[in-house]
Structures are given as structure tokens and as C-alpha cells.
Write a protein that binds this ligand. Structure first.
Ligand code: ACO
Length: 378
């Protein structure tokens, strides 16, 4: 007898247990291992947050120092990986580049298939450290600019902006980047995390799991939405045009990027934090019109869609924030990869600590007992 129930898009299906992040979609709560996201965003650093997710407790000072040093020691790419990077098409999207190079990184690991906890943690550390370098190098390579080598004196967020732009970011910009990474580090069983855990559940390697997750994240319904938001803001000439633009789109039944969420039916707490960050950065960098267009869009969406539980998600105000930090448009979603590499890795480790292969069922809706027609007779 077939007992399975069908849920399109797996909505409402609990497919695993996690101790990493908790979401209450009705109340707009997100916690990493019990700590509200706002607390971490205002008090922690990205490195500390990742170590917290990996080890399950806030690190003491020596452990954090050791972890930070280990990450900084691994910023640089293997020379052969760099050679591979500088032979990619310059027209490639950075998301394709980072997906390809994380996959390739596995070939430089003498034991890519080791999935005991210590090995996974070690590999995750390398992935965490090199993703910003891959992205910054690829960006400078495609623009014909000399690569800027990582500086071990800088934390991960600051070093990323330094390698990308060739100048040390201001403390405000470095901290804003760090906060964005904390806010994006983990988020329950989102599509890319599920992809990573699903791949890991086959006892495949962590490089494959993270590569698959990157492929998932780039979709416009997932992490790719932050680029969609920026493109939309660019299409709206002035704040006064926002109302008509959104109403026209809604009339055509188009979805507005940066709004709506499978789990949140109230305000995404990450969006709340990013909204104030975006406002401050927009004022500091002369981009206040971007912020004003965003709040105008939010006002229209609030009037038209709040009753349906559609509010800004993490991607809505991250677009303005990333623009003000100086990230090129097509580096928005790749920057999400830097952050989520921490969360994906934590989930791969959690999955393999208590593994069961993911293998859902599917409803077959095709025909049965069809006669095979020889090719001449078709
Ligand atoms: N704009 C307008 N209407 C929307 C939006 C939106 N952004 N999102 C959902 N709706 C409406 C749908 O049209 C649908 O209306 P209907 O019931 O009248 O047909 C209803 O809300 C439910 O939408 P679904 O797409 O079925 O909800 P689902 O849970 O599958 O989708 C998703 C969630 C994919 C995030 C959706 O809200 C969306 O496409 N948003 C825009 C893309 C986006 O911002 N993605 C980033 C999400 S956060 C992240 O992944 C990092």
C-alpha cells in the first residue's frame, strides 16, 4: 500500500532534524543555535558565527584566534587553481566561475572523499577561506586588472573587499560586509542547504555538496533574487515612478523580486536588520534615492500583498546594501555564497553525523503498459 502524501515543492515536509537555525515564520524569528540573529549581527563577527555553527557553542578567545588564523592561512589559491581561473571565459558569470572552481578545488585535495568529522571540518575551512579569493580574483581577471593578493592581517570580509577593489575598505564598509555575511550564513532547510545535505547524504564528497548548493543558490527564486532587486531598482527612474511600476507588474501577475518567502509570513528579521544598514550606507554614500525607491516599493507591496503574508525577504535590502558597499551587480549572489558556505558546511557535517540517504518518492502520472512501436512504424 502507498502511504506517502504529496506536497508540491515539499512544502510543510520535515525531512531532517537540525540544531543549527530555527525559524518562526509567523513571528519573524530567526535564531542560530538559539541566539537571535539580531544579537549576532550586532555583536559577533562572521568568523565567530561560522565557528559557532560548526562547533555548536560560542568559542572562547583562544579557539576563535586559532580558527581565524587558520582561515587567514588558507586565503591563497593553489597555483594550478589560479591558472584554471585565469583561463575561464572573461564573459562568464561569477556564479558559474565560483561553482566551477569550488568543484575543481576537490581535485587538489589528496583525500577529497574523507567524510569523517575532522576531515569535513578541515575541507570546509579551506572552502570558506578560498571562496572570497576565487570571486575577487575572477572579478579582477575578467576586468583585465592585476590580481590583488590576500592580506592575512585582514578578516574575511575586509580581505574580500580589499582583494576585489585593490584598496583597503573603510572600517564602516568592512563591518557592513561582515554583518551581511553573518545575516546570510544559515537559514534552515532552504533550497541550497537542502541540496547540499541531499548530496552529502549519498556519502559523496563535500566539494560536490557545496558545488550543488551554489548551483541551487543562483536561481532567481532563491539567492539570485538580490540581483533581480537591483535590476528592478535600476529600471525605476525616480521614487515617484515606483508605485506605477509595481502596480503594473502585479497586474501582470509578475512576482516582485525580494518579496515573499516559503517560510516567513511576516517580516523577515534579516530584512529588518538590512533595512537599517541599507539606510545608513545609502546616506553615507550618496545613494539615498535607491533606499527611497526601496521603501516606496515596500509601501506599495505592504498595501497590496501584506494581507497574503508577503513581506521583504533577505534579498530586498541586501541589494541596496551591496550596491553601497561597492559590489558590482553580478557579485551580489556570489557574495551570498561566501556567507552560506559557512552554513552549508555546518549542515553537511550535521547530516553526516547522523546520516540517512534522502530519497523521496514521486507520483508517477504517465501512462502504463504502452506497446513499443518499432522505429519504422512511428
Ligand atoms: N511578488 C508578488 N506576489 C508574490 C510574490 C512576490 N514576490 N511571492 C509570492 N507571491 C504570491 C504568488 O503570486 C502566489 O499568489 P497566488 O496565491 O495568488 O497565486 C502566492 O504569493 C504564493 O506564492 P508562491 O510562489 O506559491 O509561494 P512559494 O512559497 O512557492 O514561493 C518564493 C516563495 C519563491 C520566494 C516567492 O515568494 C518568490 O518567487 N519571490 C520572489 C523571488 C525572491 O525574492 N526569492 C528570494 C527568496 S529568499 C532566498 O531564497 C534567499
Amino acid at each position: 500500500m502507498h502511504m506517502a502524501t504529496y506536497s508540491k515543492g515539499l512544502e510543510g515536509v520535515i525531512a531532517a532534524e537540525t540544531k543549527l537555525s530555527f525559524i518562526d515564520g509567523e513571528k519573524g524569528v530567526l535564531e542560530y543555535i538559539g541566539i537571535p540573529i539580531g544579537e549576532l549581527a550586532s555583536k559577533s563577527t562572521f568568523e565567530e558565527t561560522v565557528l559557532f555553527l560548526w562547533d555548536g557553542h560560542l568559542p572562547k578567545a583562544p579557539a576563535l584566534r586559532e580558527f581565524t588564523t587558520q582561515v587567514r592561512d588558507r586565503y591563497e589559491l593553489p597555483p594550478a587553481l589560479e591558472a584554471m581561473l585565469t583561463s575561464l571565459p572573461k564573459t562568464a558569470e561569477p556564479m558559474h566561475a565560483v561553482r566551477t572552481l569550488v568543484s575543481a578545488l576537490g581535485m587538489f585535495d589528496p583525500k577529497p572523499d574523507a567524510i569523517d568529522h575532522a576531515s569535513l571540518r578541515d575541507k570546509a575551512l579551506t572552502i570558506l577561506a578560498v571562496v572570497p579569493t576565487i570571486l575577487a580574483y575572477f572579478h579582477r581577471y575578467r576586468k583585465g586588472m592585476a590580481l590583488v593578493r590576500p592580506d592575512k592581517n585582514f578578516g574575511l570580509a575586509e580581505n574580500f573587499l580589499y582583494m576585489l577593489n585593490g584598496v583597503r575598505p573603510t572600517p564602516t564598509m568592512a563591518r557592513a560586509m561582515d554583518v551581511c555575511l553573518i545575516l546570510h550564513a544559515d537559514h534552515g532547510f532552504n533550497n541550497s542547504t537542502f541540496s547540499a545535505r541531499s548530496i552529502a547524504s549519498t556519502e559523496s564528497d563535500i566539494y560536490s555538496a557545496i558545488t550543488g548548493a551554489i548551483g541551487s543558490l543562483r536561481g532567481p527564486l532563491h539567492g539570485g533574487a538580490n540581483e533581480g532587486v537591483m535590476k528592478m531598482l535600476n529600471q525605476i527612474p525616480t521614487v515617484a515612478d515606483a508605485e506605477k511600476f509595481i502596480v503594473d507588474k502585479l497586474t501582470k501577475k509578475d512576482k516582485i523580486p525580494g518579496f515573499g518567502h516559503r517560510v516567513y509570513k511576516s517580516y523577515d528579521p534579516r530584512a529588518a536588520h538590512l533595512k537599517s544598514l541599507a539606510e545608513q550606507l545609502a546616506r553615507d554614500t550618496g545613494n539615498i534615492s535607491l533606499f527611497e525607491k526601496s521603501t516606496a516599493i515596500e509601501g506599495v507591496m505592504n498595501r497590496e500583498k501584506a494581507a497574503k503574508g508577503i513581506y521583504p525577504n533577505v534579498d530586498f535590502y541586501s541589494a541596496t546594501t551591496y550596491h553601497c558597499i561597492g559590489l558590482p551587480l553580478d557579485m551580489f549572489t556570489p557574495t551570498f555564497v561566501i556567507a552560506r558556505a559557512g552554513g552549508w558546511s555546518a549542515h553537511v557535517m550535521e547530516q553526516l553525523a547522523n546520516n540517512r540517504l534522502f530519497r523521496p518518492d514521486v507520483d508517477y502520472t504517465g501512462p502504463h503498459a504502452v506497446a513499443y512501436t518499432a522505429i519504422e512504424g512511428r
